[in-house]
Ligand binder design. Structure first.
Ligand code: AP5
Ligand code: MG
Length: 216
């Protein structure tokens, strides 16, 4: 299956993507995680991306699109993938359309995670992620690790993301509304969008997503 997850910062895209990708046996491709991996490895791409991420802005398309295309071209993505945080504007959505068209493929579903802004603020304020692998996500109240400050999955140190400061979150939300939300209409025109509520427990949201994907 080829799936895109859309939703505001803190909606639970990364949390759901990890669970769904594992159940569906497809790779979870998060452009945010790819940037964070580049930052921790000290690459030139990471250095460029960090400037924009810390300001709550989108990393320029000429950096992002190539990186996402390279990842989608890896052998493990040949049978499908779950995109988390890409595409994030109309230019990126059109670039993805082009890649799929060239390969004779199409998207099976775009899941639009809907969540009120006050919930987003609570989720982001308590989020902790793993220093070794930023796709390992926790919450101090809603998704606690077994040992405080330590990743259950790999023992890495848990920390708060640099872009999770209140001011940056506000900027990320406004960028979401102005640049990312328009891709929902772009995909509605293709008939592949389903909006689901991201409120409730993590398993409840997963169940809704699996139902939409016809996997329940
Ligand atoms: P990215 O890393 O993609 O961040 P984001 O879209 O802002 O989304 P988040 O990762 O903040 O939230 P999420 O929806 O994944 O929620 P999570 O599952 O963690 O992007 C970061 C930056 O990178 C961007 O600002 C941009 O600069 C750059 N970038 C990335 N992609 C780009 C692109 N394509 N183009 C240009 N720039 C790009 O959950 C949040 C918290 O809530 C966690 O603590 C979790 O435990 C908790 N939680 C989850 N579900 C529930 C639930 N049901 N109930 C209670 N708590 C829950
Ligand atoms: Mg995420």
């Amino acid at each position: 299956m080829r799936i895109v997850l859309v939703g505001p910062p803190g909606a639970g895209k990364g949390t759901q993507a990890a669970l769904l990708a594992q159940t569906l046996s497809i790779p979870h491709i998060s452009t945010g995680d790819l940037f964070r991996a580049n930052i921790s490895q000290g690459t030139e791409l990471g250095r460029r991306a960090k400037e924009f991420m810390d300001a709550g802005q989108l990393v320029p398309d000429e950096v992002t699109v190539g990186m996402a295309q390279d990842r989608m071209a890896q052998p493990d993505a040949a049978q499908g993938f779950l995109l988390d945080g890409f595409p994030r504007n109309i230019t990126q959505a059109e670039a993805l359309d082009g890649v799929l068209r060239d390969n004779g493929q199409k998207l099976d579903a775009v899941l639009d995670l809907e969540v009120p802004e006050e919930e987003v603020v609570k989720r982001i304020a308590g989020r902790r992620i793993c220093r070794k692998d930023s796709s390992h996500v926790y919450h101090v109240e809603y998704a606690r690790p077994k040992a405080e400050g330590v990743c259950d999955q790999c023992g890495g140190e848990l920390y708060q993301r640099d872009d999770d400061r209140e001011e940056t979150v506000r900027k990320r939300l406004s960028v979401y509304h102005s640049e990312t939300e328009p891709i929902i209409d772009h995909y509605k025109a293709q008939g592949v969008v389903t909006t689901i509520s991201a409120l409730g427990s993590v398993p409840e949201v997963t169940e809704r997503a699996m139902h939409v994907l016809g996997q329940d």
